[in-house]
Design a binder for this molecule. Structure first.
Ligand code: CA
Length: 229
């Protein structure tokens, strides 16, 4: 999952980006409204944390512009404690949720998890695919209850497919959502990571759709439980 943080306060920006990266997300950040607007307009984010009081362009305007141009990613706005009118303006502009400053980063993380799973139609933080369970709160994966050790990139890849369960996800989409903007992207490495994940899970729940991409079996579909060597 790739996120964007738009916050002009340098310390707060660093704090948020650090906490989100620690939680396993890929994070880009901007320090003013214009840059934030540009990034949200040109890069595919799974969710955005957007401060309302920003230089160059305020957060409400940024959000209005995104929505007007058809950008539907979930947006969590950050508002000052005494500015209730910011919340109203933010929701009217298309915000999905808000957090009031000062906040605990845990609350921001929990609200983002909720936004991400709602955007993908999941009701809980645990995503199941046959015997494979992805706990998005703890960033942990189990198969039949047994923990599986994945690297952070492997986890991100599996979690992205799980959030889009049942749909074919192309390699280029995966690359765009798994690496930040500065990363040297090579879509061929995705296949290598898919292979490693399959091996670690020990069962094949990720189906290769030749020429199209990958697809994680939908919940009701039943996993293809043939063992892999
Ligand atoms: Ca601010």
């Amino acid at each position: 999952m790739r996120l964007l943080v738009v916050e002009d306060d340098a310390d707060l920006n660093r704090l948020l980006v650090g906490a989100l990266k620690d939680a396993g997300y890929v994070v880009d950040s901007a320090r003013d409204g214009e840059e934030g607007h540009f990034l949200g307009e040109t890069e595919p984010y799974d969710a955005v944390v957007l401060d309302i009081g920003l230089p160059q362009m305020d957060g409400v305007t940024v959000l209005e512009k995104w929505r007007k141009s058809g950008k539907t990613m979930p947006v969590l706005i950050l508002t000052a404690r005494d500015r209730w009118s910011d919340k109203v303006a933010g929701f009217d502009a298309g915000a999905d949720d808000y957090v009031t400053k000062p906040f605990y980063t845990e609350e921001v993380l929990a609200r983002l998890r909720a936004l991400l799973r709602r955007a993908s139609g999941h009701a809980t933080s645990e995503l199941d695919c046959g015997p494979v369970r992805i706990d998005t709160r703890a960033a942990k994966v189990t198969v039949n209850g047994n923990p599986v050790k994945l690297t952070s990139l492997e986890y991100r890849l599996l979690a992205y497919l799980a959030h889009h369960q049942g749909r074919v996800v192309s390699r280029s989409e995966l690359v765009e959502h798994l690496y930040d903007q500065d990363f040297d992207r090579d879509s061929n490495t995705i296949e290598v990571f898919i292979g490693r994940i399959r091996k670690k899970l020990g069962i094949n729940v990720i189906h290769t759709m030749r020429g199209l991409g990958y697809r994680l079996a939908a919940p009701g579909e039943g996993a293809q439980t043939d063992a892999l060597r």
